[in-house]
Design a protein around this ligand. Structure first.
Ligand code: FES
Length: 130
């Protein structure tokens, strides 16, 4: 019979994996509509977000691991691009975490936190095989 399925409409979350500077992966549930900045903070992930999402900093810089997922996101607007230009370690798939909103299209999203800040470059980084 139908009616009682696994698709609980109240459980609207997607899976997001944060990859921290040391390679630690943390998989969390992100409620649809929340920004990755909020999700990170709720889960004690070290993502700064100094301006609380008002596009006035670049401390919430994250790197989207999968290009397809990056493409599935709405394009960054000019303000975001301006801030990203200032971000250290900018990559082709960099975004500001506060502008990435959880949505079905990006279920399974994997985000890296930029490893190096300023002149602190770590060379011996080896991702843990898992
Ligand atoms: Fe400042 Fe995202 S928190 S731009």
């Amino acid at each position: 019979m139908h009616g009682h399925g696994k698709d609980d409409p109240n459980a609207e979350t997607i899976d997001v994996t944060f990859i921290e500077k040391d390679g630690t992966e943390t998989k969390v549930k992100a409620p649809i509509g929340q920004s990755m900045l909020e999700v990170a903070h709720k889960n004690d992930i070290e993502l700064e977000g100094a301006c609380e999402g008002s596009l006035a900093c670049s401390t919430c810089h994250v790197i989207i691991e999968d290009e397809k997922v990056y493409d599935a996101l709405p394009e960054p607007d000019d303000d975001e691009n301006d801030m990203l230009d200032l971000a250290f370690g900018l990559t082709e798939t960099s975004r500001l975490g506060c502008q990435v909103i959880a949505a079905k299209e990006i279920d399974g999203l994997r985000l890296s936190l930029p490893r190096a800040t300023r002149n602190f470059a770590v060379d011996g980084f080896v991702p843990k095989p898992h």
